[in-house]
Design a protein around this ligand. Structure first.
Ligand code: ZN
Length: 174
């Protein structure tokens, strides 16, 4: 429990100046809390290491937090989960996506769970200023990744599929 609160504290400080592009520009921490909550509530995850990694899943990609800090504070397993869902930002977008698809297929159930919960959150908060082509492209990409994670949890799969369908429906009415 203490570590979980520490993860929240570190993430809230690290992401303090970031906002969601969708979700009406909500504070970024809302996304991280949602991802952890989806895992706890719908996938019944009570392994704190998975929940800590869920809260911290974007810190390496989007903040100045270093691997060493995560290793020291949360240990090797949590760091491994976080690194497994972190893109190599030196690659181009298409290279990153290719690498992600390759990695996620071979990833552990814990990593697939975090990724699936992340996409459950993202697919429901498409930035309103994206044009149709960008939304379609994003949804297609998201589905490719998420569907490789469905095996990890049936409830999260259902949530993803229904949120995906809702986003597609909005698109049809545009
Ligand atoms: Zn995320």
């Amino acid at each position: 429990m203490n570590k979980l609160l520490k993860a929240l504290s570190i993430a809230s400080i690290a992401h303090k100046d970031q906002k969601r592009k969708g979700d009406g520009g909500a504070p970024y921490i809302n996304h991280l809390i949602e991802v952890a909550y989806l895992l706890s509530e719908y996938a019944q995850i009570n392994d704190c290491r998975v929940l800590e990694a869920a809260i911290l899943h974007d810190v390496l990609e989007d903040t100045a937090i270093q691997k060493e800090t995560l290793l020291e504070e949360f240990g090797q397993v949590v760091l491994f989960y976080i690194e497994s869902v972190t893109d190599d930002k030196t690659l181009s977008l298409s290279e990153r996506r290719e690498a992600q698809l390759r990695h996620i297929s071979a990833a552990s159930m814990e990593v697939k769970l975090i990724k699936l919960a992340d996409h459950c959150s993202n697919v429901a908060s498409i930035p309103p200023d994206w044009d149709r082509a960008r939304v379609v492209e994003y949804l297609e990409w998201s589905y490719q990744v998420a569907s490789k994670c469905f095996v990890a949890n049936e409830n999260l799969e259902k949530i993803y599929v229904s949120r995906f369908a809702a986003s597609m429906k909005v698109l049809e009415s545009v």
